[in-house]
Design a protein around this ligand. Structure first.
Ligand code: HEM
Ligand code: HEM
Length: 187
């Protein structure tokens, strides 16, 4: 009867908390650099020498960390959603968390596919591993499809992020019930 004596964890496990904040920093950085770099003039050397390669390698890192987070989550006991949340808040937060996991795999994969199919791409670097292999054959039509998907889904990720942070701040600062504060479970 070991199951019956287990108490609900009050926080996410340390491994999940560490992965969450590492991922948050990397994803927010990659997203911001992506939005910035596409709006810079092509003759600015830093655009293709610094920003594009770093956007790509940190984007691939975000993908790997998301896979690691899924693996760690499948082996961890995580707290139930705070009981003080209204049913619609539980639904919205569960949807947002699941959508994060999906988008943080699909967005980098679309970026990688875009870089692979583009005939004039400089490839995808990955820190000390050097250039990663091309995922797909060169094809500028497919490049345009992946470019559009990467852009639309990255914007969807941005919307989710705003919603997620707004939710965390609302539960911490506006909700009357102390149990609604989800942030302390992630700190
Ligand atoms: C979490 C991961 C990622 C996020 C959040 C992200 C986000 C973005 C955003 C917001 C843009 C600007 C879109 C626009 O306004 O046109 C962008 C552009 C771009 N991303 Fe990513 N990205 C990620 C991963 C990757 C990866 C892994 C690669 C390639 C390996 C990549 C390659 C590119 C390229 C080449 C562009 C420029 C597209 C163009 O010049 O039109 N991204 N990304
Ligand atoms: C792009 C950046 C971020 C991503 C991708 C992200 C992703 C996630 C995901 C997937 C979860 C669910 C964990 C699980 O149950 O498996 C989560 C939980 C959480 N996140 Fe974030 N997050 C980001 C940024 C932030 C920021 C900036 C804050 C703080 C304001 C924050 C606060 C929280 C809190 C409080 C929880 C726990 C929710 C609960 O207990 O139900 N996150 N995050």
């Amino acid at each position: 009867m070991e199951q019956a004596t287990r108490t609900e964890p009050s926080k996410y496990p340390a491994s999940m908390r560490a992965l969450h904040w590492l991922r948050a920093v990397i994803v927010i950085g990659t997203l911001s650099v992506g939005l910035l770099m596409v709006n810079l003039p092509d003759d600015l050397p830093a655009k293709f020498e610094l920003l594009y390669p770093n956007h790509k390698q940190f984007g691939v890192l975000a993908l790997l960390l998301s896979l690691a987070a899924l693996l760690v989550r499948s082996r961890s006991r995580v707290p139930e959603p705070p009981s003080a949340l209204a049913p619609w808040e539980r639904l919205l937060s569960t949807f947002t968390h699941r959508a994060f996991y999906v988008l943080l795999i699909v967005v980098p994969l679309m970026g990688y596919s875009m870089s692979s199919t583009f005939t004039q791409s400089d490839g995808v670097p990955f820190f000390f591993f050097g250039q990663l292999p091309e995922l797909l054959p060169k094809n500028d039509h497919w490049f345009e499809v992946f470019q559009l998907l990467h852009r639309i889904l990255a914007y969807a990720l941005l919307v989710l992020l705003v919603l997620h942070v707004a939710g965390a701040l609302k539960h911490r600062f506006l909700d009357k019930h102390a149990d609604a504060d989800a942030l302390r479970r992630m700190l």
